[in-house]
Design a protein around this ligand. Structure first.
Ligand code: NAD
Length: 443
């Protein structure tokens, strides 16, 4: 099948590459000429495990190509995927300008029937707006052409995007058109062999499914952080509680890790956008508002603990920071808890000495050169000469630590662990003070 993808970010590039890898002919279009030039040179602008070689292989096979030319992109695929960003607007709602710009482009250039597939995360009712935008653009040219719009939300997660796209639990498609169903079935047939994964539903249900899924996961995290904060005050260890409740199959172990709050490009904006959609229809989404509020508060906890460890005076202190990305296996720092921590330390007059396996380039792009930020080559360098160590991201390489060495190299024996990676007893035995999340015993 010939497929066009608009947007070569985390979702667009992974979707395009994976679809090419199963034999489709794919053209990826982006308005960012620099990104397209780099992709054409075989350079991947984002870090995503396994993506670089997959892009190279499929470009070499001739099944994957990149363009900035809208005319060429629209002419190419029968399926036209929209995978552009939907960042939060000032009022928390999803900003649809990029999605609607693509709809307009498709309407302006199409010469024959197309299926416009919305893969971006968009509020309920967006398919109608895309429909309208495409129709208007065609009408401006004085033409009448057939097209359909369907919703196909993406559930991949950064850091495991290729695996999620390939082995995802379900493929949700919102449409009531038999023709669209047939084309989408053909598109996803290679992923639908072992068992039926395709779920056809109404467009509005598909659009809401994506928000409901992210809001549910964010709720689990905020719930557990609430329990952690309670555990801390009641003198219980939340890690024991986590095991206690996770063993119940109705609850499960996934997404109940307490920590320093969720970040990334999806949970914060999607929870807010869903709450905003609710208020647009005069419904106050009490739970969603609380999920977001708990998360905002949770992102402050590391700084509060750190500050308390230094009696509120962090001026002139150097803080070693392990982990900048919002989670492991990505370079994405959008809404990362590390940013809240760093900015609070800087405001308090402290310095940051940080290491992250993948996100240091992104950190430099975000904050530029500044005297109170040093990015170092490895986790050891980060600790050397620092006053305390803070862990913001649970990268694998941070899980095992020689605490005696850390004690010997920190000016003050303080570890603030935003991911509960260590055994409090082992840390204490080395003579370190250990501040984790919801572990009453470690305080
Ligand atoms: P991104 O910001 O990484 O990439 C978006 C890309 O779209 C950019 O390269 C940008 O230049 C391009 N773009 C903007 N306007 C364009 C236009 N008119 N034509 C062509 N390209 C254009 O975004 P992302 O993280 O890939 O997210 C895309 C969508 O998918 C969002 O709605 C997001 O909520 C959703 N989503 C993201 C994830 C994730 O983990 N990142 C997972 C599931 C769903």
């Amino acid at each position: 099948m010939k497929i066009t993808i608009f947007g070569t970010g985390y979702v667009g590039l992974v979707t395009g590459t994976c679809l090419a890898d199963v034999g489709h002919d794919v053209m990826c279009m982006d308005v960012d000429a620099n990104k397209i030039a780099r992709l054409r040179d075989g350079e991947i602008p984002i870090y995503e495990p396994g993506l670089e070689s997959l892009v190279r292989d499929n470009v070499a096979s001739g099944r994957l190509r990149f363009t900035t030319d809208a005319t060429e992109a629209v002419a190419f695929g029968t399926l036209q995927f929209i995978a552009v960003g939907t960042p939060p607007d000032e009022d928390g709602s999803a900003d649809l300008q990029y999605v609607l710009a693509v709809a307009d482009t498709i309407g302006e250039h199409m010469q024959e029937y197309k299926v416009i597939v919305d893969k971006s995360t968009v509020p309920v009712g967006t398919a109608d707006r895309v429909n309208e935008a495409v129709g208007k653009a065609i009408a401006r040219r004085g033409e009448t052409l057939g097209f359909d719009v369907c919703s196909n939300p993406e559930f991949l997660k950064e850091g495991a995007a290729i695996e999620d796209f390939t082995f995802g639990a379900r493929i949700v498609i919102g449409t009531d058109s038999e023709r669209v169903k047939e084309l989408m079935r053909e598109c996803y047939a290679p992923y639908n062999r072992q068992h039926e994964k395709l779920m056809f539903m109404d467009v509005r249900a598909a659009e809401l499914t994506k928000y409901a899924a992210n809001a549910m996961l964010a709720t689990k995290i905020s719930f557990m952080n609430e329990v952690a904060n309670l555990a801390e005050r009641l003198g219980a260890d939340v890690e024991q509680v986590r095991h206690g409740i996770g063993s119940d199959p109705r609850i499960g172990y996934q997404f109940i890790y307490p920590g320093c709050g969720y970040g990334g490009s999806c949970f914060p904006k999607d929870v807010q956008a869903l709450a905003r959609s609710a208020s647009d229809v005069d419904y106050h989404a009490e739970l969603l508002t609380a999920v977001e509020a708990v998360n905002q508060r949770q992102k402050q906890t590391l700084f509060t603990k750190l500050s308390q460890a230094f009696d509120g005076d962090l001026a002139g202190k150097t803080i070693a920071l392990w982990g900048l990305s919002f989670k492991p296996n990505t370079d994405d720092m959008r809404d990362a808890p590390s940013r809240v921590l760093m900015e609070a330390v800087w405001n308090a007059g402290g310095r940051i000495q940080a290491f992250d396996p993948e996100a240091m380039k992104e950190c430099r792009r975000l904050y530029g050169e500044r005297d109170d930020l040093t990015l170092v080559a490895d986790r050891i360098q980060a600790v050397k000469g620092a006053d305390a160590l803070v862990i913001c991201t649970e990268w694998k390489e941070f899980r095992t630590v020689d605490f005696d060495w850390v004690k010997g190299n920190l000016a003050t024996p303080v570890i603030v662990d935003g991911r509960n990676l260590y055994d409090p007893q082992a840390v204490k035995r080395a003579g370190l003070l250990y501040f984790a999340v919801g572990r009453g015993d470690s305080m």
